[in-house]
Design a protein around this ligand. Structure first.
Ligand code: ACO
Length: 337
């Protein structure tokens, strides 16, 4: 059987920084409130008047990952894009990215698992490579949240959390079966749809008696994300340690074996509680939330790329990654780097 491994990482953050004080100018909030509850100091948002879309950010991250992998776009067999903010309702952002990368014909798949989207995508790529169906797969997490948020005081509980950005990895097949060889060791995926409406966007929607999208729905703000923050918090701090423990137990490993934790970046307080429950020391937990906010499907690939660039993620290290988000969905991946 083949193994899959990550051979390149890349990321792209739009240049325009929005500090908490910048947000204070457009809604009733404060730097103190945001930092105290989330740890976020600033986030990047695309130019609000631009035509920049999710696949544009994905393209920049993908190019960087291909360069870092020393692969050409023509080597790719498949593109997977995890996003909850696709360019359009359909087709998927992976199709738009494939056209922009100019690699017609190869498989292109969108994964709509929100904050857990990258872990799900990594797992899907891992299965395709392990079976020998594909050799090289580009996996991207990308979001343009800023254009879809209610940036008034009414939407402040959600709007202050989210940033735009993209991260990408290039995965390839390996025959090296030795225990310390770089590879995806295992992935663990879960969902509980009973919580689907705790963090969601209602409209447009096919389940309403009225039309898919109406002026009334827009006037009611149904196109904006709505969140039960407390339910998200309580479940995230339970599920993330649980799914990391599941991954470690499945491989006969312990928290002490892990060199670096790269968690989804929803909220600094969530990740501090997760680390505390696991007994993971602070210096092994990589964080980007202060600078980039929550970029949903992009936080983990951005984190991996930033950790590589910062010299904190080196060949041979054991990486544990976990995410929790809308759905509810959660999952983990153990990676020998
Ligand atoms: N600025 C200022 N005040 C605010 C803001 C804001 N941006 N947002 C809400 N408030 C106000 C509320 O209106 C409320 O005011 P009131 O007491 O007068 O009614 C007050 O602050 C407290 O609101 P709560 O919702 O009780 O605040 P809480 O302490 O629970 O914190 C938070 C809210 C930060 C969202 C918290 O529930 C949390 O961390 N939840 C996790 C959610 C999360 O991280 N989601 C990320 C996306 S999902 C994911 O990626 C996993």
């Amino acid at each position: 059987m083949k193994y899959s491994r990550i051979i390149g990482t890349g990321s792209y953050l739009p240049p325009r920084v929005w500090t908490n004080d910048d947000l204070r100018a457009i809604m009733d909030t404060s730097d103190e409130w945001i930092q105290q509850r989330t740890g976020i100091k600033e986030r990047r948002w695309v130019d609000q008047d631009s035509t920049t879309s999710t696949s544009d950010l994905a393209l920049q991250a993908a190019r960087a990952a291909l360069t870092s992998a020393s692969l050409s776009r023509d080597d790719l067999d498949m593109i997977i894009v995890a996003t909850l903010s696709p360019d359009h309702e359909f087709p998927g952002a992976a199709c738009f990215l494939q056209a922009k990368l100019d690699v017609p014909g190869i498989a292109a798949l969108d994964v709509r698992q929100q904050c857990t989207g990258f872990i799900y995508s990594l797992s899907i790529a891992d299965q395709f490579i392990k079976t020998g169906m594909y050799k090289n797969i580009l996996v991207v997490g990308a979001e343009v949240h800023s254009k879809g948020l209610d940036k008034t005081t009414a939407g402040r509980d959600v709007a202050v959390l989210f940033g735009d950005g993209a991260g990408a990895v290039v995965m390839t097949g390996s025959d090296d079966a030795s225990k310390k060889a770089p590879r995806i060791i295992s992935t663990h995926l879960h969902a509980d749809g009973r919580f689907a409406k705790e963090l969601w966007i209602k409209a447009p929607g096919s389940g309403d008696a009225a039309a898919w999208l109406t002026h009334e729905k827009l006037d009611a703000g149904e196109q904006f994300p709505k969140m039960n923050g407390k339910a998200v918090f309580v479940n995230a701090v339970k599920r993330m340690p649980e799914v990391i423990s599941e991954a470690l137990a499945a491989n006969g490993l312990t928290v002490a074996d892990v060199d670096l934790f790269v968690f989804h970046q929803a909220n600094l307080r969530i990740n501090e509680m997760v680390a505390k429950q696991l007994g993971a020391p602070d210096d092994k937990v990589f964080s980007t939330i202060e600078r980039f906010g929550n970029t949903t499907a992009a936080t983990i690939p951005i984190g991996l790329d930033e950790a590589v660039k910062a010299g904190k993620l080196k060949p041979g290290m054991l990486v544990a990654s976990a995410a929790f988000g809308s759905g509810f969905t959660w999952g983990s991946a153990l990676i020998r780097w």
